[in-house]
Design a protein around this ligand. Structure first.
Ligand code: ZN
Length: 505
């Protein structure tokens, strides 16, 4: 069995027993030994590869505990309307759409992603009529940066069967012209509804996006992802397996199942633990959807099946409803280490955090939103809520277990941005958002490695540099403890190792 010995390294292990080491020895796909370089001659055989790291920092590979690989791949091959792509107005969008129409036969779907109405000159969502002006014979579907709103042009509305007579689906909202009742094209909370009515991307196109996604994740040192999409079903799982087999997608993946799939199949028991069941709880129209009774029943069923519930809950009333549902399930069937998850937990006061800790909830949250959206939060979130926004310091103080994630494609996948944001609480423009919620570099690194591994019951094989674990390692140009906190995001990834194989980036 051949070995790869990384020596002369500054290895930050995330293993409390041995926090720093200068040698990591990998055998096949696992870590064999972590320790001092005095062991080099003892470990090295004649056929082994020895790499002098010249002081480079090694960390366990980053784990993104909540993301959406299908949507990300689709984004990467769709028109990009994010502010980074210099879309500054609705007329910019119109120009891009009409030139894309020229390259595609009429009737072909045009897909655009990532627009943010706050960053458009008009400070509003585009309407069907704005899109009609750019494309009358191509159906157009735009996805808001949050993923939770869409705009369709008139032809797309027609093809999706949405008319003035169509009622709002459960949890969704069709915006209508007040005078005529006609849909304006803007749809909230209707991603699943549209997924059943808009043809999916050609699989060759999607695979092209997956390849770009995989390279990008490796370039950020991400060795594992947990896909948290509500729309995940068995056909998606099979596609994911095929991408993995053909090595189109390099990082390890675990996939949650959507609630619909769970309800229909009860998650066929022959399939190994699928990585949680995703429930979206929301308050789009002011009332809780699903209702408290429904939420209780869903969580109870998932809990009874021995699975992990992952409840999307952003605002305090919804988080409380999720908490009640988990308490209800636990009262009926007590269980110690269930690790039911709350995804996002974006606005949560300390008393509710303590209640979550008390019932053993795991929180998976996204510190990078502080960086990307901090300026908007300061403008729009009222002070008393701002204090409890991504309250990671309070979460730590209440001993909640936490895993970090990016929620890509909602935010860029780079974990170093999230780590920097958790440490500095600074937005892109350098303004601080609730600085009392700062955490240390060590804590932030832990939440993006061990914390995220624990969120998926994978702490035995991932999350730290320790013997027996997968040889999933990232090599960084600098030590995150040694640079200014504001410069953590500028640290470069030199290479990423997955299962003992090095990918240079
Ligand atoms: Zn998400």
């Amino acid at each position: 069995m051949s070995r790869t010995i990384l020596f002369n390294a500054n290895a930050i292990t995330m293993n409390g027993a041995e926090p720093r080491a200068d040698l990591v020895c990998v055998e096949e796909d696992r870590i064999l030994f972590v320790g001092g370089k005095d062991k080099l001659s003892m470990l090295k055989g004649s056929n082994d590869t020895v790499i002098d790291c010249a002081g480079m920092t090694l960390l366990p590979g980053f784990i993104d505990a909540h993301c959406h690989i299908f949507a990300y791949a689709e984004n990467l091959v769709s028109l990009n309307f994010s502010p980074d792509a210099r879309t500054l107005s609705i007329s910019d969008m119109q120009r891009t759409i009409s030139s894309d129409c020229k390259n595609k036969p009429p009737g072909t779907w045009i897909r655009g992603k990532g627009y943010n109405e706050f960053c458009l000159a008009e400070k509003r969502h585009p309407s069907r009529w704005d899109l009609d002006a750019a494309a009358s014979s191509h159906p157009v579907k735009l996805t808001h940066r949050s993923g939770h709103a869409h705009v369709l042009n008139s032809l797309a509305l027609k093809e999706a069967g949405i008319t003035a007579e169509t009622g709002d689906p459960p949890g969704g909202l069709i915006e209508r012209d007040l005078a005529t009742g006609e849909p304006t094209g803007l749809l909230f909370g209707m991603g699943q509804y549209l997924a059943n009515r808009v043809p999916p991307l050609e699989s060759s196109e999607l695979e092209r996006g997956v390849k770009i996604a995989s390279d990008t994740l490796l370039s950020h040192g991400i060795t594992s992802i947990q896909d948290a999409s509500f729309a995940n079903d068995w056909s998606r799982r099979l596609r994911l397996e095929s991408w993995k087999e053909r090595e189109i997608l390099k990082p390890r993946v675990s996939m949650m199942m959507g609630l619909k799939e769970f309800s229909e199949s009860g998650l066929r028991s022959s399939i190994p633990r699928p990585g949680g069941v995703k429930i979206i709880a929301d308050q789009i129209t002011g009332t809780l959807h699903p209702s408290q009774e429904e939420l209780n029943a869903y969580v109870d069923a998932i809990h009874k099946a021995g699975l992990q519930a992952a409840i999307h809950a952003v605002e305090e009333p919804v988080i409380e409803a999720a908490c009640i549902a988990i308490e209800h399930a636990l009262n009926r069937n007590p269980k110690q280490d269930h690790r039911h998850r709350i995804e996002h937990c974006s606005v949560c006061p300390p008393d509710l955090l303590k209640r979550l800790t008390g019932i053993g909830v795991f929180v998976v949250t996204q510190p990078a939103f502080i960086y990307y959206s901090g300026d908007r939060y300061l403008d729009t979130v009222p002070g008393e809520k701002l204090e409890h926004l991504y309250a990671i310091g309070s979460m730590r103080d209440s001993n909640l277990r936490i895993g970090f994630s990016s929620d890509f494609p909602i935010a860029d996948p780079n974990p170093l941005v999230g780590i920097q944001a958790a440490v500095t609480r600074k937005s892109q423009s350098g303004v601080q958002v609730s600085p009392q919620q700062r955490i240390s570099v060590a804590e932030a690194l832990y939440m993006y490695t061990m914390g995220a591994a624990c969120a998926n019951f994978e702490e035995e094989v991932k999350g730290s540099l320790a013997p027996g674990k997968y040889a999933d390692i990232v090599a960084l140009s600098e030590d995150p403890f040694a640079v200014m906190p504001e410069c953590i995001k500028d640290i470069r990834v030199q290479w990423t190792m997955i299962g003992g194989r090095i990918f240079h980036v």
